[in-house]
Design a protein around this ligand. Structure first.
Ligand SMILES: [Zn+2]
Length: 335
């Protein structure tokens, strides 16, 4: 694609030059200015580090990541969690999905029976902090101690080092000094940021689903499931488009969902629509090898943002996430 652009630019420049010499110098000055300005603009949006095999791929990969392991959602007994975890992992195993699970360590039970199920199913586990503290409102030392505590817990369960960290609420620091010092510390501890691109409001639908199921309202639960699959499909489509807009090609994505009941029963439906739309399911490690994840984090602020927006400083203000969330919150009872 970049080659085509370069050829077109060169050919256009040549055509202009010969026309010009016949017409006159004032026109030449204007055209030279235009050509130079275009070159500057193209140099800014043309990322040379992206011109590798990822750039040549026409269909994007997507990593499936589950947050808040061992379980997200109130009111479930341990035996229900065990059964639903088995259901979820059976789908992932049957389809060969190389999933990643981010653990909120305060939820770990004695002997970590649920996490062991994830490990036995081949899921790689990462750290999502001990008690899900918000970096925007927690002193840095306290926040880091909470992450460290979970590091020890997950290491013990997996029996080795842990390489992925995901920020609670995707809040990475609303102050540049905080953001950078936290990022450096996590790196020193051996962590890579488990970035998210396909951010979404699936958690809200999960709560609505829990309520409907508890009340035995099957019609409502079915409507919520349909909205869940549709919402995640729309989110994937939205951020795929945003990735193409920002980087000029298909980029590889990371989907964030949670370890909850609606995922346990319906993640297969989500995988179906993603694959139907041309995504290939891949591991987090494979996806994060796309050079967009090596780009500089350009965002400092309080919002938990898709990496697409953090890495692309010239992003327009894009309210898709908020609009989708408000529509879902208005349609379903979720609290
Ligand atoms: Zn979380």
């Amino acid at each position: 694609m970049t080659d085509v652009t370069t050829d077109a630019r060169t050919a256009g420049g040549r055509g202009r030059l010969s026309r010009l010499l016949a017409i006159g110098w004032p026109y030449l000055a204007i055209v030279l200015y235009t050509v130079a300005f275009s070159a500057i603009v193209m140099a800014q949006v043309d990322y040379p580090e992206d011109l590798n095999e990822a750039g040549a791929r026409s269909s994007p990969r997507v990593a499936i990541t589950f947050d808040d392991l061992p379980w997200n959602g109130p009111g479930y007994s341990d035996s229900e969690i065990a059964g639903l975890t088995d259901t979820l992992l059976a789908t992932l195993t049957a389809r060969g999905v190389p999933a990643t699970g981010l653990v909120t360590c305060r939820g770990i039970r004695d002997g970590a029976p649920f996490l062991r199920k994830w490990i036995d199913a081949g899921t790689e586990l990462g750290n999502h902090s001990f008690s899900h503290q918000d970096l925007n409102s927690t002193p840095v030392d306290e926040w880091l101690a909470d992450v460290r505590r979970c590091d020890e817990d997950v290491r013990e369960v997996v029996g080795g080092p842990v390489r992925w960290f995901r920020y609670p609420m995707l809040h990475q620091g609303d102050d540049r000094a905080v953001r950078d010092s936290v990022a450096r510390t996590l790196q020193r501890w051996g962590y890579s940021n488990a970035h998210v691109t396909i951010d979404n409001s699936e958690w809200l639908l999960a709560r609505a689903y829990d309520i409907a199921m508890r009340e035995g309202d099957e019609a409502e639960a079915a409507a919520i499931v349909e909205a869940y699959v549709g919402h995640l499909r729309e989110a994937a489509d939205h951020f795929r488009g945003a990735g193409r807009d920002k980087f000029g090609r298909e980029v590889d994505h990371v989907l964030l969902v949670h370890a909850n009941a609606i995922a346990a029963r319906h993640i297969g439906d989500v995988l179906d629509v993603l694959e139907a739309d041309g995504f290939t399911i891949a591991s987090l490690e494979e996806v994060l090898s796309d050079p967009i994840y090596a780009r500089v984090d350009e965002y400092v602020g309080p919002t938990g943002l898709s990496w697409i927006y953090r890495a692309a400083p010239l992003s327009p203000d894009d309210p898709w996430d908020d609009i989708a969330e408000e529509a879902l919150a208005a349609r379903f009872r979720w609290r």
